[in-house]
Design a protein around this ligand. Structure first.
Ligand code: UDX
Length: 431
């Protein structure tokens, strides 16, 4: 097939590379010429394991075409997918400006044949009908089309695997023709097919992300209780998670969830529900607990660190990404800087992005050892593999005082005690 992806962020570019790798011809539409040039040269711009190789391979095979021209891509395509951003407005609603502007451009350029316009962006319920209205209004008279909602569930850091082998593929549409074409496109991809109405597909995405965020906030709430009682949250959640109805996945306490999805999607669903008169107390608590997980951790550092010259390991909102959007590390570093702390940070991928936020207000270390050297305390925000078995003896020898505040429970408290550290972790006895 020939298809178009509008947008080249995580969703757009990863989907484009995967569909191209399966043998399709894929146009990718962007609006920034500099970024398009980088993409054409094989630079994915974002850091995602395996993406650069897949990008280069499919450019070389002539299956990936980057362009800013709707005129070039849309009439050539049977399916047009949109993966543009829906960032939160100051009041927490999803901003649909890009999604609707893109719909207008697609509509104006529809070709003579039948086209499916499938929205992969996370959009509030009712948006696909709005997209249909826009398309109907601006399309050439002879063009025929149908809309579908195909929400994307990829996680950063494992995006390729999640796209080749998702748990499920959701296809929401009123049109059998659109559903059949999308089923055909997804044929080589694993996962259950769930064919539903437009509104259901839109809500599935928000409900999934909100459910996962709820599990995390629940784990954090239990960690607050564990901290007050001497219980160990890891033991507690192991015990809870072994119940197959609950499961241990996404039941890890820490400094809260970050990233480009959970924080904004929880707020957007609260907004949607509230606007329809639904009491959204439950999700408001999820958001509130997530904020508390961050401020509590900052308070523990402020009350217990022996000095204000600190090292930081991990800036990205999770390992295997350079994404720092809504990262707990960034929020907590802001609090500490305001309180007069000096911060030296190390992250394998996230330092360039962090420099755009803090500039020279913090220092950047070349490796984890340098970040810890001569520091009063070391703070861990992201559980990168390279920290898991690092030589902690060596770290301790170079620190001014051997204090570690671990926001991701990476080490065993008993081992840390034996090594001579004062070790604070989440929801466990501090040693
Ligand atoms: C998420 C969804 O998982 C994905 O399906 C959706 O398409 C986009 O949003 P992503 O944001 O890439 O993906 O990361 P994810 O692995 O879900 O982690 C989100 C945040 O939750 C991270 O900050 C992570 O550290 C945190 N988290 C995750 C926890 O604090 N505890 C957990 O148990 C799991």
């Amino acid at each position: 097939m020939t298809i178009t992806l509008v947008g080249h962020g995580y969703v757009g570019l990863v989907s484009a590379c995967v569909f191209a790798d399966l043998g399709n011809t894929v146009y990718v539409i962007g609006r920034n010429e500099d970024k398009l040039l980088r993409l054409k040269s094989g630079d994915p711009i974002i850091y995602e394991p395996g993406l650069e190789e897949l990008l280069k391979k499919n450019i070389a095979a002539g299956r990936l075409i980057f362009t800013s021209s709707y005129k070039e891509a849309i009439p050539a395509s049977e399916i047009v997918m949109t993966g543009v951003g829906t960032p939160p407005t100051p009041t927490g609603e999803a901003d649909l400006t890009s999604v609707l502007a893109v719909a207008e451009q697609i509509g104006q350029n529809l070709g003579n044949h039948f086209t499916v316009i499938s929205c992969k962006s996370t959009v509030p319920v009712g948006t696909n009908r709005k997209i249909k209205e826009v398309l109907d209004r601006v399309k050439p008279a002879h063009a025929t089309f149908e809309v579908a909602s195909c929400p994307e569930f990829l996680r950063e850091g494992s995006a390729l695997n999640d796209t080749f082998r998702p748990d499920r593929i959701i296809i929401g549409s009123d049109s059998k023709e659109a559903i059949d074409l999308l089923l055909k496109l997804h044929e080589p991809i694993e996962g259950e097919r769930v064919v539903v109405g437009l509104e259901s597909a839109e809500i599935i995405k928000y409900a999934s992300n909100s459910m996962l965020a709820t599990k995390i906030s629940f784990a954090n709430l239990i960690s607050f209780i564990c901290e007050k009682t001497g219980a160990d949250v890891e033991e507690v959640l192991d015990g809870v998670g072994l119940d197959k109805r609950i499961g241990r996945m996404f039941l890890y306490s820490g400094t809260g969830y970050g990233g480009s999805c959970f924080p904004k999607d929880v707020l957007a669903l609260i907004n949607t529900g509230t606007s329809m008169g639904v009491d959204m107390t439950m999700l408001k608590a999820v958001d509130d607990i997530n904020k508390k997980a961050q401020t509590n951790f900052a308070s523990i550092i402020q009350s217990s660190a022996p000095g204000k010259n600190i090292g930081v390991w991990g800036l990205a909102f999770k390992p295997n990404t350079d994404d720092i959007r809504f990262a707990p590390a960034i929020n907590i570093i802001k609090i500490l800087l305001e309180d007069g702390y000096t911060v030296t940070a190390y992250d394998p991928e996230g330092m360039d992005n962090t420099a755009t936020v803090f500039g020279d207000r913090i220092r950047y270390a070349a490796n984890p050892f340098e970040a810890a050297e001569n520091k009063d305390a070391l703070i861990i925000f992201t559980e990168w593999n390279e920290f898991k078995q690092i030589d902690l003896k060596k770290i301790k020898e170079t620190m001014s005082s051997p204090f570690i505040f671990d926001g991701r429970n990476m080490y065993e408290p008993e081992t840390m005690k034996q090594l001579g550290f004062t070790y604070y972790s989440i929801g466990r006895k501090n040693i």
